[in-house]
Design a protein around this ligand. Structure first.
Ligand code: B1M
Length: 207
């Protein structure tokens, strides 16, 4: 039994057994931060890299993310108390009028895998709901997802609402029809084309 087993469990999509592995590690006194960093986060980074290199595809990435999430559930209660710190707080959601959530969920899970504390507001989220959630959770980053060209304007509306509320928050956007040019146009802080690059972007924005 070692942290590398936890790491490997993510790569092997062992969603049903990862919780038990982590519990055993915790019982053996393994440091929570190490389990998070060297077990879950490193494994998801490796998954992200394989995806970027075309060795893994969306279904595998989803399975790895689900496995990581199952492991994270066991670690979560220990995170605040155990000294492992969050990489930052992110509020994420699919914008108003848009019901697509598969990509957004994947991004949210990868962000959690990357060490962020993620509050997922779901789909069809009004600009005001994002504003309220940023205030409630003291988030430093907001993640907006849109899959329809017709709902992209809701991203601009949301960026406007956050600015109008005077919130000092970075906004990252993504989704199939979204581009860097669009992010620049609406004054978003950044765009990423997939879930692994969303983690990198969030890490940069959190600096
Ligand atoms: Co819809 N749909 N859909 N749909 N759907 C698309 C998007 C479409 C391209 C299909 C097509 O016509 N070829 C088309 C949009 C056309 C356009 O606007 N340009 C479309 C349409 C038209 C519609 C409806 C209007 C259909 C209708 O009712 N007439 C309707 C709209 C409903 C609404 O939202 N109001 C609709 C409905 C649906 C379903 C409900 C049936 C279902 C959604 C189920 C769900 O999400 N729970 C659905 C699906 C599944 C799709 C397709 C087939 C797949 C989308 C998906 O999940 N991809 C899609 C066609 C396609 O893309 N091939 C299509 C997999 C996912 C992992 O990728 O979401 O791109 P993606 O996420 C990626 C990146 O984009 C990025 O990272 C993710 C992971 O790498 N990313 C981010 C996403 N969000 C990010 C946020 C970030 C960073 C990166 O930072 C915060």
């Amino acid at each position: 039994m070692a942290i590398k087993d936890v790491y490997q469990a993510v790569l092997d999509f062992e969603e049903d057994s990862i919780a038990g592995l982590i519990e055993k590690e915790l019982a053996a006194g393994t440091n929570v931060d190490q389990l998070l960093q060297e077990g879950l986060i490193s494994a998801m980074d490796a998954v992200g890299k394989s995806f970027s290199e075309g060795e893994l595809f969306v279904p595998e990435m989803l399975m790895a993310a689900q496995t990581m999430k199952a492991g994270l559930e066991v670690l979560k209660p220990k995170l605040g108390a155990g000294g492992a710190s969050s990489a930052g707080v992110i509020v994420i959601g699919t914008v108003k009028g848009d019901l697509h959530d598969i990509g957004k969920n994947l991004v949210g899970m990868m962000l959690e895998g990357g060490g962020f504390e993620v509050f997922d507001l779901g789909v069809d989220v009004e600009p005001k709901t994002f504003v309220d959630a940023v205030k409630q959770h003291n988030a430093k980053i907001v993640g907006l997802s849109a899959l329809l060209t017709t709902t992209m304007p809701a991203m601009e509306e949301t960026v406007g609402a956050l600015k109008e509320a005077g919130l000092n928050v970075k906004v990252m956007i993504g989704g199939a029809p979204v581009t860097q040019a669009y992010a620049d146009k609406i004054g978003a802080s950044g765009y990423s084309e997939d879930a692994p690059s969303a983690v990198e972007l969030a890490r940069n924005l959190a600096k």
